[in-house]
Design a protein around this ligand. Structure first.
Ligand code: FES
Ligand code: FES
Length: 172
């Protein structure tokens, strides 16, 4: 098995690991880095449960190679919030009852995080578009949309410029 040194910034911290060239990003995150918040759902690019951010753009980690993230920034749900302080999205999901079983929630939060990093005040249509690749078996989506809307309204006073809602990147 061919291994190469993978250097990236994960949740704000630089790290290097020897990683098999064919290792999937989700396996790197969960097994090498021990961050199990990112969930495997369909294992085939269909459900969005495994969504993380790569350079601020949502990426399906179940169909992405870890090696494709060399020299890039990767953010997972563990990077949201600070200690026991919830991020505005985590708070929104909690207060608006956007989670039931919670299995889809990390992917939903990361897809929404990608949206809010680019679009300060997203419309409901923007939120629906950003979460269109994320499947939830429990909630019916209404509460999830409300949770993201509440998080957007909870924005800090200074916001980045509004851009078009990001779409999920597939594998490289
Ligand atoms: S696990 Fe379903 S899209 Fe990745
Ligand atoms: S809360 Fe159960 S799958 Fe979404």
């Amino acid at each position: 098995m061919v291994k190469s040194i993978l250097g990236l910034t994960l949740n704000g911290r630089a790290r290097e690991d020897a990683v098999a060239d064919n290792m999937l990003l989700i396996d790197y995150i969960r097994e090498v880095c021990g961050l199990t918040g990112t969930k495997m759902g369909c294992d085939g690019g269909e459900c969005g449960a495994c969504t993380v951010l790569v350079d601020d753009r949502p990426r399906l980690s179940c169909i992405s190679l870890a090696a494709s993230c060399d020299s890039r920034r990767v953010d997972t749900v563990e990077g949201c919030g600070q200690g026991s302080r919830l991020s505005r999205l985590q708070k929104g999901f909690h207060e608006k009852l956007g989670s039931q079983c919670g299995y889809c929630t990390p992917g939903m939060i990361m897809a929404a995080e990608g949206l809010l990093r680019r679009t300060a005040r997203p419309s409901v249509a923007d939120i629906q578009q950003a979460l269109s690749g994320n499947i939830c078996r429990c909630t019916g989506y209404v509460k999830i949309i409300e949770a993201v809307s509440a998080a957007a309204e909870d924005a800090p006073t200074e916001e980045p410029p509004t851009e078009q809602a990001p779409s999920v990147e597939l594998a490289e």
